[in-house]
Design a protein around this ligand. Sequence first.
Ligand code: NAP
Length: 286
Amino acid sequence: MISKINSETRLYGVIGDRVEHSFSPLMHNAAFQFHGINSVYLTLQVKSHGLEDAIKGIKSMGILGVNVTIPHKISIMKYLDEIDSNAKNIGAVNTVINKNGRLIGYNTDGAGALEALKMGNGNPAGKKVILLGAGGAARAISFSIAPVVSRLVVLNRTRSKATYLVKAIKKRLNIEIVGEELTTSNLSRELTDTEVLINTTSVGMFPKIEETLVDRNIIKSHMVVFDIIYNPPETRLLREATASGAKVINGINMLVNQGALSFKLWVGLKPPIDIMLKAIKRELRE
Ligand code: NAP
C-alpha cells in the first residue's frame, strides 16, 4: 500500500465470498509500495447474487484489476468482454484486467504452480507426475504442466471427474495422461516410478489438518512433494514427506507466484516476489 492515499490512488482487489482472511492484499500492497505505484488492493466481499452488479461496478468505478476467488471463478466468465485462451481451456478465471472499460479474464493459477515447482527445484519437465484431485485447481495446474511432463496421472476420489479432466486435456494436447480413481492401491502402484507428487485436493486443509491421502511409507526420498494447500503452510503430507527425505514445496509458493503473475498483467512491471513472499510470512508469524 502506498504511504499516502490521495485523489489519484487507484483501486485493485479480490472478489469472492469470505475473502476476509485473504493473503492477497498483503502481497499486492507490498508490491505496489516496492514499485512506488499509487494504488491500493482491498478484499471485496461479493455474494453470488451480487456478482453481476459487482462486475458493472468494476467498470463504472474504474477499478483497474481484480483477482477472483471462490465461488466466482467460473460464474464470472459470462460477464467478461474477453477471455484469454488459457483461461478458456481451464474453464475458470482468477484475474481480470480493466482495459479502458473492457474486462479481460485470465487464469494464473496453473502458471503460478509451475513457477512454484521451478523455484523449489521441482521442475516437472520430462518427469512423471501424479496429481491428486480433479477440481478447479487441478484443472488449471494440469493444463500448465501437461505440455512439459513425460506422463501425467490424475487420481481423484470421484473417478468420473478425473476422466473428464483427462479427456479435456487430450482434446488439446497429445500427451501421455491417464485418469483413475484415487485408491490406496492405485496410488502406491503409480507412485513407485513417480518423481513429482502434487496434492490439489483440500484434504489436510484447516481445520482438518491431521488428514492426509498419502501413507508416509510410500513417500520416497527421491520425490518432490508439492501440496498446494497454504493453510496450514506445512500440511501433514509435507511434514511426513520431509521426514522421508523428500523435497517439499508448499502452497504459499504457488499463492505468491499466481499473485505475481496477476500483478505483472495489471501493471506490466516485474513483480517483487521475495517482498510479496516476505509480507505473507510476516503475517503467518504474527
Ligand atoms: P475444488 O474444485 O472444490 O476441488 C476439490 C478437490 O478435492 C476435488 O478433486 C475433490 O474430489 C477433492 N477432495 C475433497 N475432499 C476429499 C476427500 N475427503 N478425499 C479425497 N478427495 C477429496 O477445490 P479447488 O479450488 O481445486 O481447491 C483445492 C485446494 O487447493 C483447496 O485447499 C484450496 O485452498 C487450494 N488452492 C490453493 C491455491 C494456491 O495458490 N496455493 C490456489 C487454488 C486452490 P471429488 O472430485 O471427489 O469431490
